[in-house]
Design a protein around this ligand. Structure first.
Ligand SMILES: Nc1ncnc2c1ncn2[C@@H]1O[C@H](COP(=O)(O)OP(=O)(O)OP(=O)(O)O)[C@@H](O)[C@H]1O
Ligand SMILES: [Mg+2]
Length: 271
């Protein structure tokens, strides 16, 4: 297929290893089988996008990688360490993770800088050091000058930038992003997509990014994992090899549109 390379990805070490993972939720109405037995390997510094219909288990997979949910079966290793020892979580493995959710989830009663520095505050970093770091991060994500403002004084896009700054505050090796730009208008979303690519290239982190948007997936990803409807299982894996940094013009290339069309076809076939 055009624009999709058969070449093997560079052999970086595996950062997230999801082996035979399955998730069932017991509920009063019966068991919800959210994620079918799945194997996913994400390599260091890879940008992987999970794409799939609503309810197919994307958030569940992300929450399991984050150690917020325990799989019903299978194992998850992060940076070579098992996330779970029986029903106990490995706190060391979790130290590598930063998470950004669909809505920014800022504390409304704290300033932007305090929000951004919150993970450092929780880790006991001194006031002076965390305020310095918060200012540098606000600059990095493009909200310089808004450090002292309240979340309600910022636009949705700026709040999302603050949430990204917060997730970056302790230099996590892995960023998990659950539809972080889903609530933004199309133009702001384009800007944020460029921004996240830029940050990822600077920080050299590993990203697992969930989206509903096919174009966003193709723009951002090294690899797109398309999931089937519930119980989620891997339907296809698409490597995207456009050179980086990509700009929005890449979306007008026939190869880009071919991949979008192909993925849309696969999604429609599942309906
Ligand atoms: N705590 C829970 N208890 C019971 N069922 C759950 C729970 N969490 C998720 N589910 C169910 O598991 C399935 C997968 O949910 P999940 O939130 O992972 O989907 P998703 O792919 O993120 O959907 P969306 O694109 O709408 O965000 C859904 O059917 C959901 O109702
Ligand atoms: Mg979700």
């Amino acid at each position: 297929m055009v624009g999709v390379s058969g070449a093997a990805a560079p052999a970086r070490p595996v950062e997230i290893d999801f082996a035979g993972v399955e998730k069932r939720f017991p509920t009063p109405e019966g068991v919800v089988h959210a994620v079918a037995k799945t194997d996913i390997q994400v390599r260091q510094q890879e940008f992987v996008v999970l794409l799939g219909p609503s309810g197919c288990g994307k958030t569940t997979i992300l929450r399991m990688i984050a150690g917020l949910l325990q799989p019903s079966s299978g194992t998850i290793a992060v940076a070579g360490r098992d996330l779970w020892q029986g029903s106990r979580r490995d706190s060391q493995a979790l130290a590598e993770l930063g998470i950004v959710f669909q809505d920014a989830n800022l504390f409304p009663w704290y300033s932007i800088e305090r929000n951004v520095a919150m993970p450092l505050e929780l880790r006991g970093v001194s006031h002076r050091e965390r305020m310095e770091r918060a200012r540098a991060l606000c600059d990095l994500v493009g909200i310089k000058g808004f450090e002292k403002r309240w979340p309600r004084e910022l636009s949705g896009g700026m709040r999302q930038r603050a949430a990204i700054a917060r997730a970056l505050s302790y230099d996590p090796e892995i960023l998990l992003m659950d539809e972080p730009f889903g609530a933004l208008d199309a133009m702001t979303r384009d800007t944020m997509n460029l921004e996240i690519q830029r940050l990822w290239m600077i920080q050299k982190s590993t990203i697992v990014f969930v989206t509903h948007s096919i174009a966003e997936a193709v723009f951002l990803a090294d690899r797109i994992i398309l999931l089937s409807p519930r119980p989620g299982r891997i339907r296809s894996v698409t490597e995207v090899t456009f050179p980086r940094p990509r700009d929005m013009v890449v979306q007008t290339q026939p190869e880009f549109q071919d991949i979008v069309r192909h993925l849309r076809g696969e999604l429609e076939d599942m309906e």
